[in-house]
Each structure stands twice: as C-alpha cells, then as structure tokens.
Design a protein around this ligand. Structure first.
Ligand code: ADP
Ligand code: MG
Ligand code: MG
Length: 446
C-alpha cells in the first residue's frame, strides 16, 4: 500500500508486465477495462489516458464523451497466473477514477458517488464506514459450445465436505487467485443450494470494499471459465431454491474505535448505531432499486429462502432485513441482508451510507428490535410492530426511489437519471414479454 509512481514502474519492469489494465465500473455495475501496452505505462500512471465515455452504458452524453482515467496507485496489482495466462505477456491492473479533460471528477462515476458520501461522513468526525460483504454465486456447467446453463453436477449442501464437488476445485483456485491479489479471505464454503458458493473477505473501508467486490466478481467469473464453468451473480437463477445474496456488514469507526459499540447501553449499541439503523430502515424502500437492481432480484426477496421481505431489524433473527450479530467490541456491526451481488458495489455502499448518515443527522431512532421469526407473524402483528414490506418488484422499487430525496441526492443528478431511465426500460421490456410461465399456465385452458 501507498505506492508511488516510481515504485509501480519498477514493479512493472521487475514482473515483466506487458499490459496495464485500467479498470472502471459503469452505472449498471459492469466492470470495464481499457488496456494499454508498455509504451503507454507512464502516460497511464500520470492519468493522461483518455477514453470515450459515450461507449459506456449510462456514462455520458455525446458532447462530453472524452474522459480521463485517473489511476488510484493503491489499487495496483500484478494479475496472478490463475487469472491471466502470462504466455502473451503479464498483465497488471489499476482501478481508476474518471475525470473531465480539465481534471474535475466526473459525477457519473460510481466510485466518485461513494467517495462523496465518505467525505460527508468524515466531516462528521468519523474515520470511515467499514463494510464486510458476503457475496454468493452459482457455478454452472457450460454447453460444449461454451454457453452457460443452469445445470450443476453437484449434489453437495451447506458446509458439505465429501464427496469433493467440481466446484470445490474451482473455488480453491478462486481463493488462491484472490489471495495472490491481496484479498484477505475469511471463509469460503459451499452454500445451501446445489452449485452455490460463498467467499467472504475481510471488512475494510467503504471505497476499498467496493473496489474489492468489483474485482472479486470478474476474478471469480474468469477462474470459473478456466474450469469450463460459468459463475453467475444472478440473484435467483433457479426458482424454488435459495437465491444468491450479498449480506453486507456495516460499522462506523471514530478515532480508531468502533462507534457502534457502547458497553453501557441497551444491547451495547451506541446512539450512533441506533441512528444508523433507523436511517437504513427509513430509506430501505428508496435504496432497494440500487442494492437489488434487476427484475430477477425480486424473485429472491420472497419468503422462505433466508432473504428478507420486510423492513425490520433484529438482534438475532435472520428473517429480518437488518440483523445485529452477537459480536461486540471492535466487531459490533449491522448486517444488511437484502442486497444482492448484481448491485453496483459503489452505488450500493453509497446509498447504505447515505441512509445511515441521514439517520445520524436527523437523530432518528428505530422501533424496538423484532426478536421473532417475521415470516411467522400475521399481517396484524406486523402492522402492530410497524413492519413495512420491501418493494416486491423492480417497478415498485423504482417508484420508491422516485420518492426518496435523500437517496436521489446521494446518487447525484447524473447517476440518478441515467439509472432510473435504464431500469425503467428494463422493466418495460420485461412487462411486454410473454413468458413461458404464461403459456404453461394459460395456453391450454383459454
Ligand atoms: P463472527 O463475528 O460471527 O465470527 P465473521 O468474523 O465471520 O463473524 O464476520 C462476518 C463478516 O462481518 C465478515 O465479512 C467480516 O469481515 C465482517 N465484519 C466483522 N467485523 C466488522 C466490522 N466492525 N464492520 C464491518 N464488517 C465487519
Ligand atoms: Mg451465506
Ligand atoms: Mg450473513
């Protein structure tokens, strides 16, 4: 960490790197790369490489298409052999901020959106927001032509050890590759559904975590491909079995101390923690279009599969949208359970932080925590506890976002309008499509 330009140039030479990949993420969360050869390394490190922003989904209007890539030196990494076969020349990677030709940060850059929220937090005297994600994904077979399927050979279940499944081998290579790239992997295991896996990495500052999630997703896909498999972060690839979530653990630190921990308070949760939780509850509807951005995301948020459907918090129960794990002291945190791994990690963490900050700034307090299984509560009981439901479709989620000024402001005008436009089109396309289910259900009868 704390690389200088000279050090990076030295490393590039020492590792015999031939290509430098400049990584950014578009508004819809897709990782994009501009790859430059050796002759351009200095220019790239000086942040002078231009790219055509209009070629990237939701990035720019035509009149502002020339954008600069400003590398963050701390994200420098030489890609390991498991990720990039070095026979055609070794590849290194840098994550970039996007700037206008005059050097101003570009408002449409999701990384900048997150940085802005972190700045707001720091102005209130906090060190940073720490985030620890638990991304889940499926490993599926490919057809002989290489097309992805939803088939898996694997019969294993949660934490299964034997017999070793095909995915296990791929997952070990993924972990090895990620470790070689500087990830601190805390756990990796088979998940509930056949073919489903989870790899957890250690919590870190918000921007670093978003960078890690973006990198994680393409590394996992790439290593899966090397094993002839398809890795997918689609939230609900198969109806009737668990979908893939990305539970996200959140805490704030101040002066090197966990600001959520107060040994004297009820539940040992500080006022800051309660305000933050209240903010997350308040803006849950408004931010879910960002944390769960696909039509398909809402097929995961259904009762019975460990995914939340109600806006509530709990000190223990996993049916709630926010769970407070038992750990206290430095590990005091809130686990947000609705996000899924199809989300743009920068925007997702930005809206979580914005929601929490709103709770802090307005001094909001949450209702008492729900200690029971919410799935088993009657509608009346839920109403009594003021438990609202999460939006049930992408359309409802977009409506809620349109009503939430705080989340809109966090995204900024550019990202908000482009995001809503793209997602509205996605929804409309889905709505006019005649799906197989309709034919199966109606064709014979009507
Ligand atoms: P446990 O505390 O139950 O042992 P883990 O250590 O497995 O749980 O942590 C689960 C997730 O929570 C990991 O991704 C971890 O990095 C994250 N985590 C731990 N402490 C914090 C914290 N203070 N802030 C944010 N995330 C945290
Ligand atoms: Mg899990
Ligand atoms: Mg979890």
């Amino acid at each position: 960490m704390g690389y200088t330009k000279a050090e990076i140039l030295k490393e590039l030479k020492a590792a015999n790197v031939k290509f430098l990949r400049l990584q950014i993420t578009d508004i819809l969360g897709v990782v994009k790369n501009v790859e430059v050869p050796e002759s351009q390394f200095e220019k790239a490190l000086d942040g002078e490489i231009m790219f055509d922003g209009s070629s990237i989904e939701g990035f720019t209007r035509i009149e502002e298409s020339d954008m600069l890539l400003r590398p963050d030196y701390d994200t420098f990494v030489v890609l390991p052999d498991l990720v990039e076969d070095p026979t055609r020349g070794r590849v290194a990677r840098l994550i970039c901020d996007v700037a206008y030709p005059d050097g101003r940060p570009f408002e449409g850059d999701p990384r900048y959106v997150l940085k802005r929220q972190v700045e707001r937090l720091k102005k209130l005297g906090f060190d940073d927001m720490y985030a620890g994600p638990e991304p889940e994904f499926f490993l599926f077979l490919r057809t002989p032509e290489g097309l992805p399927t939803v088939e898996t050979h694997d019969k294993a279940g949660y934490f299964d050890l034997a017999p070793l499944d095909k995915g296990e081998e791929a997952r070990r290579d993924m972990v090895n590759a990620l470790v070689a790239m500087g990830f601190e992997i805390e756990a990796s295991h088979h998940e509930v559904a056949p073919g489903q896996h989870e790899i957890d990495f250690k919590y870190a500052e918000a921007v670093k975590t978003a960078d890690s999630i973006a990198t994680f997703k393409w590394v996992v896909k790439r290593v899966a491909l090397n094993h002839g498999l398809h890795a997918t972060f689609l939230p609900k690839p198969i109806a009737g079995i668990n979908g893939s979530g990305m539970h996200t653990h959140l805490s704030l630190f101040k002066g090197g101390q966990n600001a959520f921990f107060d040994p004297q308070a009820p539940y040992q949760l500080s006022q800051t923690a309660l305000h933050f939780i209240a903010g997350l509850l308040e803006h849950a509807d408004g931010m879910v279009a960002i944390t769960n951005p696909l039509v398909n995301s809402y097929k995961r948020l259904t009762p019975g599969y460990e995914a939340p459907t109600n806006i509530a918090w709990s000190a223990s129960n996993r049916s709630a949208m926010i769970r407070i794990p038992a750990r206290r002291g430095v590990g005091t945190r809130a686990e947000l359970r609705m996000p899924d791994p199809s989300a743009n990690p920068y925007l997702a963490l930005a809206v979580m932080l914005a929601a929490g900050l709103d709770g802090i700034e307005k001094g909001l307090l949450p209702p008492p925590p729900i200690q029971r299984n919410i799935y088993q509560m009657s509608v009346r009981e839920r109403r009594k506890h003021k438990i609202r439901e999460l939006p049930g479709t992408l359309r409802e989620a977009l409506e809620a976002l349109r009503k939430d000024r705080v989340i809109q402001e966090a995204l900024g005008e550019h990202v908000y309008t482009h995001f809503v436009q793209a997602k509205q089109m996605e929804w409309d396309e889905y709505r006019v499509t005649v799906h197989q289910w309709e034919l199966d259900r109606y064709l014979a009868t009507y």
